[in-house]
Ligand binder design. Structure first.
Ligand SMILES: *[C@@H]1O[C@H](CO)[C@@H](O)[C@H](O)[C@H]1NC(C)=O
Ligand SMILES: *[C@@H]1O[C@H](CO)[C@@H](O)[C@H](O)[C@H]1NC(C)=O
Ligand SMILES: *[C@@H]1O[C@H](CO)[C@@H](O)[C@H](O)[C@H]1NC(C)=O
Ligand SMILES: *[C@@H]1O[C@H](CO)[C@@H](O)[C@H](O)[C@H]1NC(C)=O
Ligand SMILES: *[C@@H]1O[C@H](CO)[C@@H](O)[C@H](O)[C@H]1NC(C)=O
Ligand SMILES: *[C@@H]1O[C@H](CO)[C@@H](O)[C@H](O)[C@H]1NC(C)=O
Length: 908
């Protein structure tokens, strides 16, 4: 309930307006709580930054798309046939699983003219809606796939012969199997030849249905009732086989995951709730009650929240089920965001199958109760539920009672489950909190793989796709999550619509509107040093000292594993000693600048430069420390010496701070024979910290553009500093270098929404501090502004609209005191004079009756407050003050709704 209170406060945020705030003093409280929450989440909340960022072109990705074909959103992997089937708009492809750029087959499935016409007649767009979006691809048997498409808002299904990759042309009605609307959510799963789906059953998309299509049985479906399904958004469905639980004769179960509008919480507006629902595979419906309806449909609330911050992630976007040997070893993972998406947080929660089963088999039911006749409320059902337990699958115990199928379930049980499909007990995540919370991303999809590292432990590796085409790879290490890397999978910033993983090909496949992308699960070879390889903490990667390379342990034969170095806590001390690097000497012409590259591949590393052994700070020298290295502006004799670039990386799991020398340079002036009399260094007392000042300095030298360009773009490799006439540009001569120049570091993957705080811990700290300071400043100014306004209103320095605003701020008090009336009118005369208002119905001094009537007419809002005449008059508005000196402000303009505040009319 606390959590709800909180979410409650957040809706106010979206349409936050002054009148809303002023309606009550609560407004401030609400605002405060909300700001407090944001602050807390952004400063103290967990924030995980990917250690490494790979751009699209940094890594070897395999891509597939065909011109003119879009919406590659349905993917199906076939391990047997080594194929990836892709359902796109009006086409189905068979790609090679090993390399998706290889297209083995393609079949087109377009909409006929007549269907198209019918669709456009119904008001749908010809280019967008009235096409055939392939949404269902399921394996029927070795030779066939079951395929459904939206087919111009008349869903159809067909069989796809895998032999010659052709549609058999036996089209079936796709209603309830596939959505009508291509943009509507749906889910399907084929279990033993029967198609389970969750989608909309009608053209309008308003009738949600969870159903089963079976060649041998008749259609089984959900009741059409909001207590069963209330505007659901389906995300996933899959079967959980009972395995060892067969001893009690339990049935296999199909789990559905969706977000729906809550019925059980009172909330103004729609409160979304993530759910898991379950049906039994053997369900046949009831005999009389629940005929051809599920007798086993039960649903429960999924919880994914940060309890200490009262923050709820209430929208589930995708689920991945990591199946164990038994049903009980199974874990399912979900990606969640909040309904209030602008908070910018995503979370991954994991659920233990045992917990889920517990809730379904023992949980309390909820019941609809009618309070005050019209109003219904959902409360816990505390009575005794009928036996056998409503919604339970048929097991051996029931069979002993001669209930061999759902057809023989007693009506009492069926009626009960029909009325009580919702369980009260929530399904709590493992550890009662999210595994992973990430700021400034919207996760859309996830897949998980278990991997046995060299320490013998099995780790969960979580791949999450975002709405900007980025893939995050995280590893769960001792209940902490480390984001190993992020990869810009899609060229464009578009959502990842589907994500699949194949352990066999060690690849992740992503489907999007523009194409299909295949990426390896690890990029070990990209780590060039042992430090990088170990600090990456990637369970797939280990350092091979023999070949001096970072290798994938899955590529390494078993006997070779012992020699490898891996430490999932990032303890890079295990790395062999690296020989001291030689310094690279750099000759610089006096007055020109020197660029000393230093590549850091880690977003978690903190870079430090030393000069002649002492730490350089930007404030002290004419330097610029960029992401790619150090830039020394107009080198002077005192800048000669040795420069070292150090990287410090804190490995929290190892509890160690690892430092290493990345690059070393000896900078010398290339002095011409004549003595260097002329110092080229500008005499401005400018500190290079501020790029603004820098640009001023160089503006004086007449070349702003290049300077700014080199500062703002993070790479300044080719930028030559403009300097006074006699100097030449000189950059680090790249050839004949003895220092190994690292490859270019990756830039933030998404310049629009990067991890701004990820570069250096210090910068991060500063940023947080800034945001805190800014918020406090904002609040302070707001309060000052309010105070000033109130004061000015009080003193009548401001015109009438202000009076009304102020009045609204303090609540409403109608006054009926005659003296005040006059005072008000007097005040009005004054303000109207200053405002030069054109008053059509200006009350006269003696027209108090008319003004009273007028007031009655305008008394729109806030009328429930007591009249101030009945002894509850606030002291400040008491009529004792002389009207000429102290202008009353609690006049009847108070009662005017704020929407009239800018009307050019008098208040009385
Ligand atoms: C299909 O792809 C197009 C082009 O990227 C996109 O604009 C559209 O929203 C997509 N439609 C659906 C239903 O995904
Ligand atoms: C799930 O919970 C059961 C019972 O509490 C426990 O034995 C099992 O280890 C848990 N599984 C996971 C993956 O946490
Ligand atoms: C179950 O049915 C069998 C055969 O019809 C009957 O002999 C038996 O008594 C029944 N058992 C119960 C518990 O109803
Ligand atoms: C996440 O999605 C919401 C709603 O779709 C959007 O307002 C927000 O900007 C997105 N945030 C990021 C970081 O992409
Ligand atoms: C730095 O060291 C070099 C060589 O060791 C020396 O020539 C130079 O004067 C030193 N610079 C400063 C500022 O100490
Ligand atoms: C690691 O060392 C660097 C450099 O001395 C320091 O700035 C940083 O604060 C240290 N980090 C931690 C967590 O101790």
């Amino acid at each position: 309930m606390n959590q709800l209170l909180l979410t409650d406060t957040m809706t106010d945020k979206g349409n936050f307006t002054v009148p809303k705030l002023t309606e009550s003093n609560m407004g401030f409280g609400v605002l405060g709580v909300f700001l407090g929450l944001l602050l807390e989440v952004s400063t103290h909340g967990p924030h995980t930054v990917p250690r490494t960022s790979w751009k699209h072109q940094d890594v070897d990705l395999l891509e597939f798309s065909e011109p003119g074909i879009f919406n590659y959103s349905t993917l199906l992997l076939s391990e047997e046939r080594d194929a990836l089937y892709v359902g796109a708009r009006e086409a189905i492809f068979e790609l090679s699983k090993k390399n998706v750029t290889i297209k083995n087959h393609k079949v087109q499935w377009t909409v006929t003219e007549s269907h198209m016409n019918m669709c456009t007649l119904k008001g749908k767009s010809k280019e967008r809606d009235c096409l055939n979006y392939i949404r269902v691809l399921q394996v029927v048997d070795d030779e066939r796939l079951y395929v459904c498409g939206t087919h111009a808002f008349q869903p159809q299904c067909d069989y796809l012969n895998l032999g010659d990759f052709s549609l058999e042309g036996q089209t079936e009605d796709g209603r309830g199997k596939c959505s009508f609307d291509p943009s509507q959510s749906f889910t399907t799963v084929m279990v033993d030849g029967e198609l389970y789906s969750g989608t909309a059953y009608n053209f309008l998309g308003s009738e949600p249905i969870i159903s089963r299509y079976s060649p041998s049985h008749s259609l089984l479906r959900t009741e059409y009732s909001t207590s069963w399904l209330n505007e659901p958004s389906f995300v996933f469905a899959d079967v959980i086989r009972e395995g060892t639980n067969r001893v009690v004769g339990e049935d296999d179960k199909i789990y559905y995951f969706f977000t729906e509008v809550s019925v059980e919480f009172e909330f103004f507006g729609k409160l979304l709730i993530p759910r898991v629902a379950r049906v039994c595979k053997g369900d046949l419906g009831g005999q009389r009650t629940l005929q051809k309806k599920w007798t086993s449909f039960l649903k429960a609330k999924l919880v994914c929240s940060m309890p200490e911050l009262n923050f709820v992630f209430n929208v589930v976007h995708d689920i991945f089920i990591l199946k164990g040997k038994t049903g009980q070893d199974t874990v399912f993972y979900g990606v969640f965001t909040s309904q209030w998406g602008n908070v910018g947080l995503s979370a991954v929660c994991a659920y233990n199958m045992t917990t889920v089963e517990e809730v379904f088999s023992k949980g309390k039911y909820m019941q609809k109760a009618t309070v005050e006749q019209s109003h219904t409320k959902w409360v816990r059902y505390n009575g005794i539920s009928p036996s056998p337990r409503p919604g339970a699958c048929i097991n051996n115990m029931m069979r002993q009672q001669n209930i061999s199928s759902s057809l023989y379930l007693p009506d009492k049980t069926l009626q009960f489950v029909k009325d009580h499909p919702l369980l009260e007990d929530p399904i709590l995540p493992i550890g009662n909190r999210p595994l992973l919370i990430t700021k400034d991303v919207n996760y859309t999809q996830l897949v998980v793989e278990k991997i046995q590292a060299l320490d013998g432990n099995i780790y969960d590796v979580i791949f999450t796709g975002t709405d900007k085409g980025v893939l995050h790879k995280s590893v769960v290490f001792q209940d902490e999550v480390h984001i190993v890397e992020e990869i810009q999978l899609l060229k464009n910033s578009e959502p990842i619509k589907n994500l699949l993983l194949s352990s066999k090909t060690r690849s992740v496949y992503a489907g999007s509107d523009s194409g299909v992308v295949q990426t390896p699960t690890a990029f070990c070879r990209k780590y060039l040093t042992c430090y990088d390889c170990v600090l990456a903490r990637d369970p797939y990667c280990a350092w091979d000292p023999n070949t001096a390379a970072c290798v994938n342990i899955l590529d390494t034969p078993r006997h070779g594993l012992r020699k490898l170095t891996q430490s999932l806590n990032g303890d890079a001390d295990k790395c062999p000693e690296v020989p001291q690097k030689d310094y690279q000497s750099v000759l610089v012409k006096p007055g020109s600048s020197a660029e000393l590259p230093c590549m850091v591949n880690s977003n978690l590393a903190h870079v430090m430069w030393t000069f002649n052994g002492s730490v350089l700070s930007e404030a002290s020298r004419f330097l610029f420390m960029g992401e790619n290295g150090l830039l020394v502006y107009s080198v002077a004799p005192e800048d000669q010496g040795s420069y070292e670039c150090w990287s410090f990386e804190w490995a929290p799991a190892a509890g160690k701070n690892f430092s290493r020398l990345l690059a070393g340079y000896t900078v010398k002036l290339d002095l011409p024979p004549r003595p260097p009399t002329q110092s080229t260094r500008p005499t401005h007392p400018a500190t290079p910290l501020s790029s603004q000042e820098n640009s001023n300095v160089h503006a004086a030298e007449g070349n702003v553009e290049t300077r700014r360009g080199s500062l703002t773009s993070t790479s300044f490799t080719a930028t030559v500093l403009p300097t006074p006439p006699q100097t030449h540009s000189s950059l680090t001569p790249p050839p004949s270098s003895t220092v190994k120049v690292h490859p270019r570091r990756s830039f933030p993957l998404n310049s629009a929404a990067p991890y701004p705080a990820s570069r250096e811990p210090e910068a991060e700290y500063l940023q947080h501090n800034n945001s805190v300071a800014l918020l406090f400043l904002f609040l302070l100014f707001f309060l000052l502004f309010l105070a000033a306004m109130v004061y000015n209103c009080y003193m009548q320095y401001l015109p009438a609209p202000c009076l009304r605003l102020r009045a609204a701020l303090l609540g409403t008090h109608k006054c009926s005191h005659q003296p005040e009336y006059r005072a008000c009118e007097a005040g009005l005369m004054e303000t109207s004079a200053t405002d030069k208002m054109n008053m059509t119905e200006q009350p006269t001094q003696n027209g108090s009756q008319a003004s009273k009537n007028l007031r009655a007419l305008r008394d729109t809002g806030y009328e429930t407050e007591p009249e101030c005449g009945n002894g509850q008059l606030p002291s400040h508005s008491s009529g004792s003050a002389s009207p000429s000196q102290e202008k009353p402000f609690d006049v009847d303009c108070d009662s005017q709704s704020i929407q009239f505040a800018d009307a050019d009319e008098p208040c009385c």
